[in-house]
Design a protein around this ligand. Structure first.
Ligand code: PGA
Ligand code: ZN
Length: 421
């Protein structure tokens, strides 16, 4: 009997870190092994993302996923019963074909992704090997550099900051565990100085602080001070990465920052970033411009020379990434499995990016769960970087703790990632 044949698939509705409904799916194999996956959900979602199916009725404020669970328990269960869960690309393709839409809107990308990842976990459990080893083989041994979002703004916090994420990037660490030590110390120092200055230490969706700063520069100055207070050198041991999430700012031909009400043309915005890069140790900017401006991304990449990351621009979609590679729009892609809706398309996007000499950054969503699949995918693909929020909040820490555990498991064979750009 084939060990990894699918016996049954069962989805239930659970809640994510924002308290919104999401899907937890269990794939059961004939050998008795099971795999479980919980799906995250974004707030500043890109308009080209695969479709997240929600009930839209009064119950659960319209956010229920009961129907998506029903799709898993009926149609997808019937479709995949007796299929070999090891044939990841085939089962993903079968689900996509059965859905029949371009953006997975009939069954829901949340429904499809939950099955896709649970199937991979079930196989890894059936063979008694960790997920990163199952997906990546013996070569899977790079621990990613974490990008930790320690100050939250934009759609993730109700403070006055227009920029969504201010992250620290501990490139100078010798190991992932060492990177988390540095990050914890910087985060703790930031907390102390905010408290001393009577600023709020309550946290936003991704665990970063969300005080009422005047502007982005004030946030950057606090981060630089926190790095120094922790005993590290900004621009050597630790850099800063930003996620602008600029699609949220798009307004007619230009940009209107929703909180400060400032207006910018594309070139003004590029000049603003260049000025920030001159003054602060910024090594990476994600979504500096809106999600359709491939040309603008390309200009900013050339003019700044730092890491320019496409999130809403690419939405983990190999087709959009192909355009981006042709136009040399960015030198890194943010990888969120739920933007595209299957594990195989996620792996394809990573592979494509790496073959084009780009970096791939595995990423959580602002609404997340304790699921740690992205940590294993990051190691499996040797992808060098991961972002999973601040060193705070259980659903964020779960991914970092998983990476600490993997680093211990791999032992001296492990390598701590490096930045390509
Ligand atoms: P989201 O934000 O999960 O709310 O989309 C994360 C990001 O923009 O990177
Ligand atoms: Zn983003």
């Amino acid at each position: 009997m084939q060990k990894t044949k699918i016996e049954k698939i069962k989805a239930i509705q659970i809640l994510d870190s924002r308290g919104n409904p999401t899907i937890e799916t269990t794939v059961m194999l004939t050998c008795g092994a099971t795999g479980k996956a919980q799906v995250p959900s974004g707030a500043s979602t890109g308009k080209f993302e695969a479709y997240e199916k929600r009930d839209g009725e009064d119950a659960y404020l319209g956010k229920g996923v009961i129907d998506a669970c029903r799709c898993v328990n009926t149609e997808i269960n019937d479709l995949l019963k007796n299929k070999n869960a090891e044939d990841q690309f085939e089962i993903d393709l079968l689900m996509c074909r059965h859905d029949g839409t371009e953006n997975k809107s009939r069954l829901g990308a949340n429904a499809i992704l939950s099955v896709s990842i649970a199937a991979a976990k079930a196989v890894s459990n059936a063979y008694g090997i960790p997920l990163y080893r199952y997906l990546g083989g013996k070569n899977a041994r790079t621990l990613p550099i974490p990008l930790l979002n320690i100050i939250n703004g934009g759609a993730h916090a109700d403070n006055g900051l227009d920029i969504q994420e201010f992250m620290i990037c501990p490139v100078g660490a010798k190991s992932f565990t060492g990177a988390m030590r540095m990050s914890m110390e910087i985060y703790g120092n930031l907390k102390s100085i905010l408290r001393e200055d009577e600023l709020s230490i309550s946290v936003g969706d991704e665990g970063g602080f969300a005080p009422q700063f005047q502007d982005a520069e004030e946030a950057l100055q606090y981060i630089v001070r926190a790095i120094e207070f922790a005993g590290y050198k900004p621009g050597k041991d630790v850099f800063i990465a930003l996620d602008i999430a600029a699609s949220e700012w798009q307004n007619n031909d230009g940009y209107l920052l929703p909180k400060s009400k400032k207006e910018y043309s594309t070139q003004d915005l590029i000049d603003y970033y260049k000025a920030l890069i001159q003054k602060y140790p910024i090594i990476s900017i994600e979504d500096p411009l809106h999600e359709e401006d491939f040309e603008g991304f390309s200009a900013i990449r050339q003019q700044t020379g730092i890491q320019i990351v496409g999130d809403d621009l690419f939405v983990t979609n190999p087709k959009r990434l192909k355009i981006g590679i042709e136009k040399r729009a960015a030198n890194a892609i943010l990888v969120k499995p739920n933007q595209i809706g299957t594990l195989s398309e996620t792996l394809t996007a990573i592979e494509m990016a790496k073959s084009a000499g780009m970096s791939a950054i595995l990423s959580h969503r602002s609404g997340d769960t304790p699921d740690t699949a992205i940590a294993d995918i990051a190691v499996a693909t040797n992808c060098n970087q991961i972002k999973s929020g601040a060193p705070a909040r259980g659903e964020r820490i779960a991914k970092y703790n998983r990476l600490i555990a993997i680093e211990n498991e791999i032992g001296s064979g492990g390598i701590y990632g490096n930045l390509l750009h």
